[in-house]
Write a protein that binds this ligand. Structure first.
Ligand code: ATP
Ligand code: MG
Length: 384
């Protein structure tokens, strides 16, 4: 079976590694260079999208900010899974909010802003503090503003306006203003849906962000009520999108309630622990769904966590001496803050996992793994 992945980053690479034993060949379309590459070596295997589409039995994506012309070509081939519509929803916060409303799932109070009048109205209708997020992310590498009080409003509006003016022309730009949610923690649900509509989800994952980027994910020990609540949201969104593949949903947890933050129509960073911690990892299950193979069990084998390696191309070798620890590099060149690799670690129970996380946090340099030590300490405390 041949599969073309739109995007040639680490997610395509990990898909290729996971499904080689199933005799599924992955080629990746690098949108930057407009060529089809081997996702491991990144060597060009053939030029152009047209050849890539011809090569493929199925087409999928590793990111959601794909130009609409590429998506239309893939959709027209009848091979694209999930559909171009599902991918577009993940890449446009306006469509995403419409979807959440349509599915009746709880999310943060928000308003869409395209003009100064919308902006003024949002300031009146929503309560501070606000977070403003560009609807179409990914064309500047930035596009989030935090507004604490009305005194900052004029400056922030000028900044947003400059952002609209500087963005890709011909696209209608907007930002979504959201009320800041006073969450207790952030969690996410990664799950798979096949073409028959069967769904299987992994255990919820508890996520810690450092400077707005995911730094640590820990699979959550069974909390049946919370898991059922998240599964219900997953099922309604996946059904509405007639989804095929892995879909991730990020939530804010407040008490026992979950509010959807955003969705990602792809394998997700908060699901990387499944490589060692689940019966079938998210990368294999994504391709199983896309290629019409039966889904594999998503059960937790043992408590597991993932630590992101951000902006570094080496870590002390001694981390591999910690039992049940694996290291996954993405083969990318070093840049500040860039996702370069991750570390997975498991334990026979949560206590053992916490001990191993503590050993790792002691070995990894504090400056580069900012907040890891205190976060691991708070996880340990949460267990006792
Ligand atoms: P990523 O691609 O890393 O998931 P993103 O750029 O798509 O991030 P969001 O997930 O929307 O952006 O926001 C990033 C982080 O900012 C969230 O994980 C959360 O910590 C914080 N955040 C976003 N929206 C809110 C909100 N309404 N209330 C409180 N915190 C928020
Ligand atoms: Mg997010």
């Amino acid at each position: 079976m041949n599969v073309l992945v739109l995007g040639a980053g680490q997610l395509a690479r990990m898909m290729a590694l996971a499904v080689k034993p199933l005799n599924i060949n992955i080629r990746a379309f690098d949108v930057g260079s407009d060529t089809v590459v081997d996702p491991l070596s990144t060597d060009i295997v053939f030029g152009g999208l047209t050849q890539g589409i011809e090569f493929a039995d199925f087409i999928t994506a590793e990111f959601e900010h794909i130009d609409h012309q590429t998506l239309a070509l893939c959709q027209a081939s009848g091979k694209l899974r999930p559909s171009s519509q599902a991918i577009k929803v993940g890449g446009d916060r306006r469509l995403e909010k419409d979807l959440l409303i349509k599915c009746g799932v709880a999310n943060a109070q928000h308003q869409i802003i395209a003009t100064k009048a919308d902006f003024d109205q949002a300031l009146n209708n929503l309560s501070m503090p606000l977070i403003l997020k560009s609807a179409l992310a990914g064309y500047d590498g930035k596009g989030q503003w935090r507004l604490k009080d009305k005194a900052q409003a004029e400056d922030i509006w000028l900044d947003i306006k400059a952002f609209f003016d500087g963005g890709v022309q011909g696209l209608q730009h907007a930002v979504v203003a959201e009320q800041m949610v006073p969450f207790d923690r952030e969690v996410s649900l990664v799950g798979a849906r096949d073409s028959q509509g069967n769904t299987l989800v992994y255990p919820l994952t508890q996520n810690h962000h450092t400077n707005g980027v995911l730094s640590v994910s820990i699979a959550i020990e069974i909390d049946e009520a919370l898991q059922a609540q998240a599964k219900q949201v997953f099922d309604s969104i996946a059904k509405e999108l007639n989804y095929i593949g892995i879909l991730a949903i990020e939530f804010f947890q407040i008490g026992e309630q979950l509010l959807v933050n955003e969705i990602a129509p792809r394998v997700h960073n908060s699901g990387h622990w499944t490589q060692q911690g689940a019966d079938t990892c998210q990368f294999e299950n994504h391709l199983r769904a896309v290629c019409d193979l039966p889904l594999g069990s998503t059960e937790l084998i043992r408590p597991s966590a993932m630590i992101n390696i951000l902006g570094e191309d080496e870590v002390p070798n001694e981390i591999l001496s910690v039992a049940s620890t694996t290291l996954h590099w993405y083969g990318k060149s070093k840049r500040p803050g860039r996702k370069m690799g991750h570390i997975n670690v498991s334990g026979n129970d949560e206590k053992q996992l916490a001990e191993r996380l503590t050993l790792l946090a002691d070995m990894l340099p504090e400056a580069e793994f900012d907040e890891l030590k205190p976060y691991v300490a708070s996880y340990k405390k949460q267990l006792s």
